[in-house]
Design a binder for this molecule. Structure first.
Ligand code: ZN
Length: 230
């Protein structure tokens, strides 16, 4: 390989390793953020499900009390009618009819509340499971980040220390091109197969490929600008 290409390749490998480590760290950190957000959402769901269960419980208690009151009233009115102690018989009959109607309505409400209570309990149990899973997922994501955080940082520190001498090996007039490719997040080196750049599929003049292969010169791909590898 041409010595200029060797120098570029060494620098590129280091920078590429640097990119990979940063990407890995970012991926792990993103996973922690996503898991934390998922837990927050699960907690909100649990809170909502708890509020709904409490609302149903309160409504059920109130309905049960009202139902008990009207059941009492029904019994008292019936007794007055049955024993003939009602001061105003037709009024007592009307009252009984009214009370029976109310009891009927309250019993329907009681059944509806029973359904609502079951739905609320199911939702709360599901929310609890989801929250427990979210807690585990967040813990796992934190462990994964924690396990790689220090090694990645120390490796990056090493790479940063190793870089200046490698960068010095690249001739000054090639460094600007290299920096441009890095800035554009393009690979600095590309393989060719049958005179085609494997990154951008541009056809490379045969002479450039031959000179590269024989290490007589270094050339860039006319398409993506990366240096051609032999
Ligand atoms: Zn190319």
């Amino acid at each position: 390989m041409h010595p200029d290409l060797v120098a570029i390749s060494n620098l590129w490998q280091l920078d590429h390793q640097n990119d990979r480590l940063r990407e890995e760290h970012e991926r792990l950190a993103t996973a922690v953020r996503a898991a934390a957000a998922a837990l927050k959402a699960a907690e909100a769901t649990t809170l909502g499900a708890t509020a709904e269960r409490d609302r149903v419980t309160t409504a059920t208690r109130a309905n049960d009390r009202e139902l008990a009151d009207y059941a009492d009233k029904r019994e008292r009115t019936r007794k007055m009618i049955d024993t003939g102690t009602a001061p105003d018989y037709p009024a007592a009959e009307r009252q009984l009819a009214q009370v029976l109607e109310i009891v009927d309505r309250l019993e329907t409400v009681a059944l509806e509340l029973l359904d609502s209570a079951e739905i609320a309990a199911t939702a709360l149990a599901a929310a609890g499971r989801e929250q427990a899973q979210a807690v585990t997922a967040l813990a796992d994501a934190r462990v994964a980040l924690g396990a790689r955080d220090a090694p990645i940082r120390s490796e990056l520190t090493e790479l940063i220390a190793k870089r200046p001498p490698l960068a010095d090996e690249v001739r000054a007039e090639l460094r600007a091109t290299y920096a441009q490719l890095r800035q554009r997040k393009r690979p600095a080196l590309v393989n060719t197969v049958e005179n085609m750049c494997q990154t951008c599929q541009t056809r490379i003049p045969t002479q450039r490929v031959v000179e590269t292969t024989l290490a007589r010169a270094i050339h860039n791909c006319p398409g993506c600008g990366a240096w051609l590898l032999p």
